[in-house]
Design a protein. Structure first.
Length: 186
């Protein structure tokens, strides 16, 4: 008979599962793998965060943030029809789109984690937008929005900036925007 995991052992297992997967895992799937309910997983995730683990909640589940060597804030502008192309440019150049943010004049800053690292992630994200009842955040700010992008080096981030510029997606980052959004933890 297999013994039930203790809380600390279960949390170690959750970290190992997320680290091995490298993609979001649902609370239900993590619960099944550790023999507990999704609600217990939610509590365990909160405890892991207090222990310093960078667990990110995405629409597709929980993900253990993998550290990238370099991060940069990009301000971009495009239409709904260009979302897939913009994201593909970033991931094909070696970046991971960590989040999306808008700065609405009435509602203030709104941020959503994305963690889009490859073409498969792009396809899933775009499909979720097409099949859902929600529109991209860029619609509340007439196409302008921000992404924190992670990469293995500053040189790759420079290449991403050049590629976005060539496509006409890169917008000028104003000084107050850089201060407001780079001060945030991602």
């Amino acid at each position: 008979m297999e013994r039930e995991l203790t809380g600390p052992d279960r949390r170690k297992r959750l970290v190992a599962l997320m680290r091995e997967a490298g993609r979001p895992l649902s609370g239900t799937k993590l619960g099944q793998a550790t023999g507990v309910s999704r609600q217990v997983v939610v509590q365990d995730i909160a405890l892991l965060r207090t222990e310093g683990y960078a667990v990110v909640s995405t629409a597709r589940g929980y993900l253990l943030e993998q550290e990238t060597q370099a991060k940069r804030l990009f301000k971009v502008f495009h239409t709904d029809a260009q979302v897939e192309d913009e994201l593909t440019v970033i991931v094909d150049t070696g970046g991971t789109v960590l989040d999306v943010m808008v700065n609405h004049r009435v509602y203030g800053k709104m941020t959503a984690p994305l963690r889009i690292a490859n073409r498969r992630d792009v396809k899933i994200f775009v499909n979720d937008l097409k099949t859902g009842k929600s529109a991209p955040l860029l619609n509340v700010t007439a196409g302008y929005h921000f992404h924190h992008v992670g990469a293995d080096s500053e040189e790759i981030l420079d290449e991403i900036a050049d590629a976005l510029h060539r496509k006409g997606y890169l917008a000028k980052l104003l000084p107050y925007e850089a201060e407001a959004f780079t001060a945030e933890e991602i």
